[in-house]
Structure formats: structure tokens, C-alpha cells
Ligand binder design. Structure first.
Ligand code: SF4
Length: 361
């Protein structure tokens, strides 16, 4: 079973449990293993709120489940609606900590951006979440419940197609729980998400990138690049002191990509810091030889931020330079900007913060 039981609620959360574990638990209770498959379908496809609603389960299974587990549910404490259709949610966890998720609207589908930690230890200089420091890791169920809540809030006929781990936290700093959440998201009896529709974004933790390449669930890898010299990247992202650009690129070259996949590099354009055509040229040289695409994100100024949004013509020039040299370069106009729900803008109560911890080994 999961080692990540909520600190304030000793009753295990059923959303922390993988289907295989639940099958084993059923057998330990003298119940047929397939009951676990049924429970998963009720939880993630029919989204019921109680074991009593799981009609085909039989009384013994319902009773045993009710005696051992609880079904968690995240209700938004706040939901801020952006002009572009995005919704930023704040959820309060069992221990009173808050996390944020964003539901983004696209032409024919939705994407949910989930948090993996309360706060973050990585200390990126441009990021609002970094100001909180790391408070704690989320359990697998707390990650899963963000997607359940977003799905419940979809408009009629809405199609939740993508999950991106780009909310609060460094997913690879909470590696085991994020992997368990991926298992639940892709389980055929559960959400049944396509592996291709899930993206995990890291600031560049090399040991975990290597490990991720060996996982059974092949979600997409995104790397937050943001600087194309060690000097600039270290200023923006302290992780670069431990894992510099050369080592990062080597790890990406060694990454076992599934066919027709690329690594996404996210690159935040900040005025006068990362937005010159010279930077675009360095980026191409740096990533030469990789199968990759670049996601350009014009910086979102937050109150008190020390970096500035780039000029539109510089954004265009940067993108055109990449496109002109055959680099796939998309421009992400951050969703939810007017509600501070865009990249690097998720932050909740500072009163829950503690100082950032040292980097994981
Ligand atoms: S950008 Fe990501 S990794 Fe860096 S501090 Fe913010 S949440 Fe953490």
C-alpha cells in the first residue's frame, strides 16, 4: 500500500492505491480480485462518492471497503475564471494546506495542469511557487483527485484530453508518488488516459530523468530550459549548479524516446534576459542532435516580479528564427494569465512555507 497516507487522516485514501494493490487487498479479505477492477471503474469512470453506490459490488466487499478506506474528494475552495475560459482552482487538503490546479480550455478539448507538491524546493528565480519553499509532497491520491475535480467541472460535452504536471512543485522531487498517479491515470479500468496525453515537466533532475526513461508508463518528458548559457540558467534555476546544461543535454540524448515522440523544452522568454535572437541561435546549437520541440512562453509578470514580459516583436523574432531553421517551436500564450494561473504563477498562503531544502541526490 502507499506510504503516503495523509498526515492528518489515518484512514487510507482509496485513491492512493493502485489497482494491482487493491486486487491483492481484496484477496487478503477473501474477496475476488476482480472486485478491485469494479471499484476502479466506479471511482474513476462513474465518479461515485461512496462505496454504497457501487451497485454491482456485493455487500461483503462494500462493507470491507468502508471499514478500511475512505473516498477522497477535492472541492474547490476557490475557482477563478479567466477571460480565456481557463479556471484556476484552489483546493484545501486534509491538513489545511492549499494547492492549485488549472483547467485550460482549447478549441476541442481541455487540459488540466496539476500540482505535485505543496510549494517547491527548487527555488527558480522567476517562479511564484518557489517563494513558498517546499511544504510537503502530495500523495498519489491528492494528485489524482485534482483531475477528478477538474473532470467534474467540465462543461457539458467537454473532453478532458491532456494532463500536464506543470503546476506547483517539481514532479521528479516527488517521484514515487507521481509514478503511482501515472499508473492510476493510465489504468484501463480507471481514467484510461493515453500515455501520450500526459506530460511530466522537470526542472532538470538528471537521476530521475534517467529513471523516468525506464518506466513502464511512457508519459511525455518536458524539460524546463529557460537559459541557454550556464550563467543565465544558474541565475534563473539553481538546479543548474548541480546539473549543468552539458550534463542535462547528455541525459536528454541518452533518454529512450518512444517512436514519434520528442522531448519538449520549455523556454520562458524574459525581456533582456532570455529573449534575444542570439539566445535562439545558442538554443539551436545546444539542442543539436536531439529529437525535440520548443514551447516558448512569454514571461507573465506577477506583482513584485523582477523580470519583465518580453516585447511582442522579440517574441516573434525568436520564434521565427527557430522555425526558419526547422525547429518545431510553439508559442504558448499562457492560459489563465489574468487570474495568476499561468506558468510560474501558482502560489498559495506563504504562511505554510518553510525554507527550500537541499537538492535531492
Ligand atoms: S518553476 Fe517549477 S521547479 Fe522551478 S520553483 Fe517553480 S514550481 Fe518549482
Amino acid at each position: 500500500m502507499s506510504d503516503s497516507i495523509s498526515p492528518s487522516n489515518p484512514i487510507p485514501l482509496i485513491q492512493d492505491v493502485t489497482r494491482q494493490e487493491l486486487r491483492e487487498w481484496m484477496v487478503s479479505q477473501d474477496l475476488p480480485a476482480y472486485r478491485a477492477d469494479q471499484v476502479y471503474t466506479w471511482l474513476y469512470q462513474r465518479r461515485v462518492a461512496g462505496f454504497g453506490e457501487m451497485a454491482n459490488l456485493g455487500k461483503p466487499a462494500k462493507f470491507a471497503l468502508g471499514a478500511h478506506f475512505r473516498i477522497g474528494r477535492l472541492e474547490p475552495a476557490e475557482a477563478l475564471h479567466s477571460k480565456d475560459g481557463s479556471i484556476k482552482y484552489r483546493f484545501v487538503l486534509d491538513d489545511g494546506r492549499s494547492i492549485e490546479s488549472v483547467l485550460m480550455e482549447h478549441a476541442d478539448h481541455h487540459t488540466v495542469c496539476v500540482s505535485s507538491q505543496v510549494g517547491c524546493a527548487m527555488g527558480c528565480d522567476f517562479c511564484q511557487t518557489a517563494k513558498m519553499g517546499l511544504v510537503r509532497n502530495l500523495t498519489p491520491g491528492e494528485i489524482v483527485m485534482q483531475v477528478l475535480a477538474a473532470r467534474c467541472d467540465l462543461p457539458d460535452g467537454g473532453n478532458l484530453r491532456n494532463i500536464v504536471f506543470m503546476g506547483m512543485g517539481e514532479p521528479f522531487h516527488n517521484y514515487a508518488n507521481v509514478m503511482r498517479a501515472l499508473e492510476i491515470f493510465t489504468d484501463e479500468y480507471g481514467f484510461n488516459f493515453s500515455q501520450r496525453r500526459i506530460t511530466v515537466s522537470t526542472s532538470g533532475l538528471l537521476p530521475q530523468i534517467r529513471k523516468f526513461g525506464q518506466e513502464r508508463v511512457k508519459a511525455n518528458l518536458a524539460v524546463s530550459l529557460n537559459g541557454v548559457t550556464d550563467e543565465v540558467r544558474t541565475q534563473l534555476m539553481p538546479v543548474n549548479r548541480t546539473y549543468n546544461l552539458q550534463r542535462l543535454v547528455e541525459a536528454c540524448k541518452a533518454y529512450p524516446l518512444a517512436s514519434h515522440r520528442r522531448i519538449t523544452f520549455e523556454y520562458i522568454l524574459m525581456k533582456g534576459v532570455t529573449d534575444s535572437v542570439d539566445d535562439a541561435k545558442r538554443l539551436i546549437r545546444l539542442l543539436h542532435g536531439l529529437k525535440f520541440k520548443v514551447n516558448l512562453i512569454p514571461y507573465n509578470e506577477a506583482p513584485g516580479s523582477k523580470y519583465q514580459r518580453p516585447d511582442w516583436e522579440d517574441v516573434r523574432a525568436f520564434q521565427q528564427h527557430l522555425l526558419g531553421r526547422g525547429v518545431v517551436a510553439t508559442l504558448r500564450i499562457s492560459k489563465g494569465q489574468d487570474v495568476q494561473g499561468a506558468c510560474g504563477q501558482l502560489i498559495v498562503s506563504k504562511s505554510t512555507a518553510r525554507p527550500a531544502e537541499a537538492l535531492p541526490a
